[in-house]
Design a protein around this ligand. Structure first.
Ligand code: ADP
Length: 394
């Protein structure tokens, strides 16, 4: 039996990977993390070892590394040379959509792949790449066990009402429902809170996952009861390049009055909106925070406004609030955004400790604050590795 686990997270133009040591029992340790980015344009493999030291940084031509299978080959060559004594025991994948039924990770079989193929229309920009990575491993290492870990699974504990839209019921039965995403991140936070903040871990918590994709999840006793993201990863908060919550009438207007094609609208919603579209500058929060431009300020103001509205809504779903947790790129690193959000939430009972916020927590509210606030770094890869180890019985 092998002593290493590979975790893969395949996007449209990148293949991210982590390698975990499962040779010793107890906590999983990442031995290497990296990615092949720029697939199809300017492929580049970059990786770091456990100590953060760069172990690879090489560019390839698009003809050498054009797809996920070739990207995987590059990663396999790197790992083969760096970790010659290690043998892979299995591969865990981030798979964005598990449909209405999968509420837990799944061992990949031919039947499972057939089922996962049927979810492609539900996440056409992500699911095909996730499944391409699984097939690439099947091709290169047939027989190596693989596990799919779904971004939707954590939310399947929600009540039917929380998963509904006000469309005729048969649409719900056909799968048009609020699935929620970022589930692996929320699951990691739920698993970590009992250690960091035991006093609130069983209570009513809203987690704000603020990265280039952003969403919020209402958790009660570590289980998801509500999510800002819905049928797709477009709903809810404004994001780097996605608008978040929209009146669906806008889509009809763009299609019918402005003559946009469905493809144009898709491009607008996934790639040209959000912080980028509002600011006209970019989607990187660091750049916007530094900018003097009024439109950058407007974009930040709307980003915070949407978070505040969702926070109020999710607190209502929970029937009150005990804690707020910030995570992901912006949530973990931007004291500025956390401060703006917490200041807007004074009415909910959050009393921010500015010095603790600048330090990055973990607790950023004052002792005695009715609702506490926290910064907890997420680790979706570790969550996938844990699931994979458990399912494979390693
Ligand atoms: P994803 O995994 O969805 O690509 P991340 O969770 O890595 O995204 O978050 C990326 C976002 O985090 C970017 O918008 C980036 O600007 C933001 N970010 C990272 N570091 C900081 C920082 N120090 N201050 C503000 N924003 C930051």
């Amino acid at each position: 039996m092998g002593n290493a686990l590979l975790v893969l997270n395949a996007g449209s133009s990148s293949l991210k990977f982590s390698v975990f040591d499962v040779g010793v029992s107890g906590a999983l340790r990442a031995m290497a993390v990296g990615q092949v980015e720029g697939l199809g344009t300017a492929p580049r493999l970059r990786a770091k070892g456990a100590d953060g030291v760069v172990i690879a940084d090489e560019r390839s031509t698009t003809s050498d590394v054009a797809n996920h299978a070739q990207a995987l080959q590059k990663i396999a060559t790197l790992l083969g040379s760096r970790f010659a004594g290690q043998e892979l025991a299995g591969v865990g994948h981030r798979v964005v959509h598990g449909g209405p039924d999968y509420s837990a990770p799944l061992l990949i079989t031919p039947q499972a792949m057939e089922k996962l193929d049927t979810f492609m229309p539900l996440a056409p920009l992500h699911q095909p790449h996730n499944l391409a990575a699984i097939r690439a491993v099947q091709q290169g290492r047939p027989g190596l066990p693989q596990v799919a870990c779904f971004d939707t699974a954590f939310h399947r504990t929600q009540d039917e009402v929380a998963q509904l839209y006000g469309l005729p019921y048969e649409y719900y039965e056909r799968g048009i429902r609020r699935y929620g995403f970022h589930g692996l991140s929320y699951e990691y936070i739920a698993a970590t809170l009992p250690d960091i903040a035991p006093e609130v871990a069983t209570g009513r918590v809203v987690v704000a996952h603020l990265g280039s994709g952003a969403s919020m999840c209402a958790m009660h006793d570590g289980r998801s009861v509500g999510s800002s993201m819905g049928f797709t990863a477009l709903d809810g908060l404004m994001m780097g390049t996605r608008p978040g919550n929209l009146d669906p009438g806008i889509i009809l207007y763009l299609l019918q009055q402005e003559g946009m094609s469905a493809r144009d609208v898709e491009d607008l919603l996934y790639k040209r909106s959000g912080l980028l579209g509002l600011s006209g500058i970019g989607n990187d929060m660091r750049v916007l925070q530094e900018s003097e431009s009024p439109r950058a300020r407007l974009a930040i103001a709307y980003f915070v406004y949407r978070i505040s509205r969702e926070l109020g809504g999710l607190a209502a779903v929970l029937g009150g609030l005990d804690a707020v947790v910030f995570t992901a790129g912006i949530g973990e690193n931007s004291a500025f955004i956390r401060r703006l959000v917490c200041e807007q939430a004074i009415w909910l009972g959050i009393d921010l400790d500015p010095a603790a916020n600048e330090r990055g927590g973990p607790r950023i509210s004052r002792i005695g604050s009715r609702v506490s606030a926290w910064v907890v770094p997420t680790n979706e890869e570790l969550m996938i590795a844990r699931h994979t180890r458990q399912l494979l019985g390693l």
